[in-house]
Ligand binder design. Structure first.
Ligand SMILES: O=P(O)(O)OC[C@H]1O[C@H](OP(=O)(O)OP(=O)(O)O)[C@H](O)[C@@H]1O
Ligand SMILES: Nc1ncnc2[nH]cnc12
Length: 321
C-alpha cells in the first residue's frame, strides 16, 4: 500500500520532496539497474526527518515492540523509528556478522542467493514486529526477514519501505503481510519522442531480466537498439562476474593447458567461428548444475578475445553432453 493512497497523506508535499531527495543512478551496480540511492535523502535533514515521522505517525499506536531493520539500509531508518515508538531495534544481518547464536534464512536474489541472520533471543514469542528496509524490489529480502521473525514466534504486523514499485512482484510472496511504501522508484530521464501507432517509441523493457526499476530511461530512440545490444553484452559479463563471486570454490578450467588467446584455426558453421583443434579436457568435470554455471562463468571471464569465448562455449557444450 502506498502512503499517498492513504487518507491523510493524499497529495502530501512531503512525499514529493522525499521522492526528489532520492538520487537515481543509472546502471549501478550493474547495467540496466536504476539504482535508487537513499544516501542523498539522508543528507536532506527535512526530507529525512519527514520520512521517519511518517513511519512513526503510522506505527506509534499499533502496539509494536520490535522494529527489525534489514542490513544495511534498513539500519538507517529503523533505529529512529524504534526509539520514537518505544520499541526495541533488532538488526537482521548478512551472514557471519552477528557474534551470538543465530537463526538464518536464505533468499533468492536476481542472480544467486543471500542470507539474513538474527540473534536467538532478540525477539520473544508473540511480540508484534515491524520490518523496515529502504527499498523493496522482488520482495525476497523482506520475505526472508518475515520468516526469521516468525520462526522466533513474533507476529509480523507490517513491512515498511521508503521506495517500492506499485506492483511489487514479490508482494504475494510476503506471506500475506501488508507492505507500506512511501514513494515509487523514479526513472531519471523523461522521453519526449511521440508514440508511433500508439506504441511508446522510447520505452525498452528491462535490460536485465528482473533488472529492478530498469526501464525506461533511454530517449535517443534511434540508438535504443544499439544500446540495448551493448548493455546486454555488459550484462552477460556482469552476470558472469557475479556468479563467479558466489562460487564457493571456482572449478578448474576444463581446458588444460588454458586456451591460447591467439586466433585459432577455425571453420565456419552457422556464422560462428569454431576451433577445429580440440584442446584436451580435464577429468574434473562439474557434477551438478551449480558447478556447470560456475565453470561457464569462469571460462567466459578467462576468454581473452571473442573467438576464445566462442571456442570455450562450444567446448563446454560438447563436454557437457
Ligand atoms: O526486494 P529485493 O529484490 O529482495 O531487494 C531489496 C533489497 O536490496 C537492497 O539491499 P542489498 O541486498 O543490495 O544490500 P545492502 O542494503 O547491504 O546494499 C535493498 O536495500 C533491499 O534490502
Ligand atoms: N534499483 C535499486 N536501487 C537500490 N537498491 C536496490 N535493491 C534492489 N534494486 C535496487
Amino acid at each position: 500500500m502506498f502512503a499517498g493512497d492513504q487518507n491523510g497523506l493524499q497529495g502530501d508535499p512531503r512525499l514529493k520532496a522525499i521522492s526528489e531527495a532520492i538520487r537515481v543512478v543509472p546502471h549501478f551496480p550493474k547495467p540496466g539497474i536504476m539504482f535508487q540511492d537513499i544516501t542523498t535523502l539522508l543528507l536532506d535533514h527535512k526530507a529525512f526527518k519527514d520520512t521517519v515521522d511518517i513511519f512513526v505517525d503510522r506505527y506509534r499506536d499499533m502496539g509494536i515492540s520490535v522494529v527489525a531493520g534489514i542490513e544495511a539500509r534498513g539500519f538507517m531508518f529503523g533505529p529512529s523509528i524504534a526509539l520514537a515508538i518505544g520499541a526495541k531495534f533488532v538488526p537482521l544481518r548478512k551472514p557471519r556478522k552477528l557474534p551470538g547464536e543465530v537463526i538464518s534464512e536464505a533468499y533468492v536474489l536476481e542472480y544467486g542467493t543471500d542470507c539474513l541472520e538474527m540473534h536467538v533471543g532478540a525477539v520473544q514469542p508473540r511480540e508484534r514486529a515491524l520490518v523496515i528496509d529502504d527499498l523493496v524490489a522482488t520482495g525476497g529480502t523482506l520475505s526472508a526477514a518475515i520468516r526469521l521473525l516468525e520462526r522466533a514466534g513474533a507476529q509480523v504486523v507490517e513491512c515498511a519501505c521508503v521506495v517500492g514499485l506499485r506492483e511489487v512482484k514479490g508482494q504475494h510472496g510476503l506471506n500475506g503481510k501488508p507492505l507500506y511504501i512511501l514513494v515509487e522508484p523514479r526513472q531519471q530521464i523523461n522521453c519526449s519522442a511521440p508514440p508511433v501507432n500508439g506504441v511508446e517509441t522510447c520505452r525498452h523493457d528491462d535490460l536485465i531480466l528482473g533488472g529492478n526499476f530498469g526501464s525506461p530511461e533511454v530517449c535517443d530512440c534511434d540508438s535504443v537498439r544499439e544500446q540495448e545490444i551493448v548493455l546486454r553484452g555488459y550484462s552477460v559479463v556482469a552476470i558472469a562476474l557475479d556468479t563467479l563471486r558466489r562460487c564457493s570454490s571456482p572449478p578448474p578450467s576444463v581446458f588444460s593447458p588454458p586456451l591460447s588467446p591467439s586466433p585459432l584455426p577455425s571453420h565456419r558453421s552457422s556464422g560462428i567461428s569454431v576451433s577445429v583443434q580440440n584442446p584436451p579436457v580435464s577429468e574434473n568435470l562439474p557434477v551438478n548444475g551449480a558447478e556447470w554455471v560456475c565453470l561457464f562463468a569462469r571460462e567466459m571471464l578467462s576468454a581473452t578475445i571473442v573467438n576464445d569465448a566462442k571456442v570455450r562455449a562450444s567446448k563446454l557444450l560438447e563436454v557437457s553432453g
